[in-house]
Ligand binder design. Sequence first.
Ligand code: PMP
Length: 420
Amino acid sequence: MTQNDLQVFSQIESEVRSYCRGFPTVFTKAKGHKMWDEAGKEYIDFFSGAGALNYGHNDEHMQEKLIDYIKDNGITHSLDMASTAKRTFLEKFKQVILEPRDLDYKIMFPGPTGTNTVESALKLARKVTGRTNVISFTNGFHGMTIGSLSVTGNETKRKGAGIPLHHAVTMPYDNFVGEERDTLDYLESFLENSGSGVELPAAMILETVQGEGGLNTARMEWLKKVDEICKQYGILLIIDDVQAGVGRTGTFFSFEPAGIKPDIVCLSKSLSGYGLPFAITLFRPELDIWSPGEHNGTFRGFNHAFVTATAALDYWEDPKFEKSIQDKAGIVEDFLRGLTQKYPALEGEVYGRGLMIGIKSAQEGLSAQIAEEAFNRGLIMETAGMDDEVFKLFPPINIAVEDLKEGLNILEDSIKSLVK
Ligand code: PMP
C-alpha cells in the first residue's frame, strides 16, 4: 500500500464513522471468493460480508436473473402490493426450503436487515404471550437497535446505549461455565421461581453458533433441552439464524441437526444471495395474531432481493449441495485442528461449526495479529469474541475445494510467520 493509498483510506475512514473492522485498502471489484483493490491487489475473501455473502460475490446465475429483471422494467419497490417477484420467491422458499424440512411457517417481511427481523420477533412474542421479558444468552449478538441490543449479551454495547441490564435477562450460554456444568440447571431454577416474583419471559432468543460473540457453539442436546424448557413454560423459542443460517453451518437452518422446530426464526444476511438487504421472519401459523399494519415499514420486501433470493434457492434444489458444504467444513476443521497441533505456541482451540469456524487463541492479541498478517498476504478474515480472541473463517459455501485450500495455505503461512 502506498502512502497515497493510505491517505485516501484514512480520509474515507474519517468521513464514514463507526466502522469496527479495519481492512486498510479501497476495494473496487469482486467475483466469487475473490476481491481486488484499487492497486490491483487480489484477495481471497474468507470474511464474506460477515455472513452476508455465503454464495460469494456477483454469483453469475443471480446476476443474470437480476440484470434480466431490471432490463425488463421489473418492479423495484412495491410497498404493500403483491408482485410476481414476491410471489415467486414465496412459492419457491416454501417448496425448496420449508416443505422438505417439514416446517410450517408464515413468512413476514420485517424490514431490510437483521435487526429488523429480531425486532419483529421480539414484538410478536410479547404480543402473543402477553409477557414482556426476554431471556437471551451471554455473548449473543442480535443487532444494534434498542430492542435487539437489549437482548445482546454485551454489557459495553448495552450500557453505551443506556439500556439497563435488567431489561432483558441474560443467561449463561452452553459451555459458558465449562462443559462439566449444565447451564440449563441455572435457567430452570430461575424459571421454577416464577411464583416468587420472577416474571416468566415471553421468549428466549439465541444463536446456535454465536457469530460475533466468538463462535461459541451450542451442543445439539443443549438446544433440545432449551426447546423442552420453552415448551414446558410456554416460552417462545426464537432462533436468530441471521448469521448462522442460509447454509453457513452445513444445513439451510442451523438448528436442523437438533431436530427442533423453533416458534420463530430470524433470517437475513445471505438470504438475498447477492448481498442485497433482505430479511424475513418465520413464525408458526398459530402465532399470526397481528392485525394488518401492526408491524410495517417502507422497505419491507425489496423486489430485486426477491429475484436474487429466488435464484439462490436453485443451489438448494441440488440434493448434493448440503453435503458439499459439510465436506468442505470437514476439510477446514481438520486443517484447523492440524494447525493447533503443529503450532502449540498458538495455544489454539477450534471453535464453531460448519463453515462458521475458527481458532480461539489464548495468546492475547494473537488472533488479531494473524488476521492482519493474513490480510497483508491477501486473505481477508475477521476476528470475533469480546477481546477479538477468535479468528474466524467464513469462506463462501459454494467455493471450490482447491480455492478453499489456497486460502487455508495463506492462513498457515501467516501463522508460521508469527509463531514458532
Ligand atoms: N443477529 C445476528 C446473529 C447477527 O450476526 C447480526 C449482524 N451481525 C444481526 C442479528 C443484526 O443484523 P444487521 O446488522 O443486518 O442489522
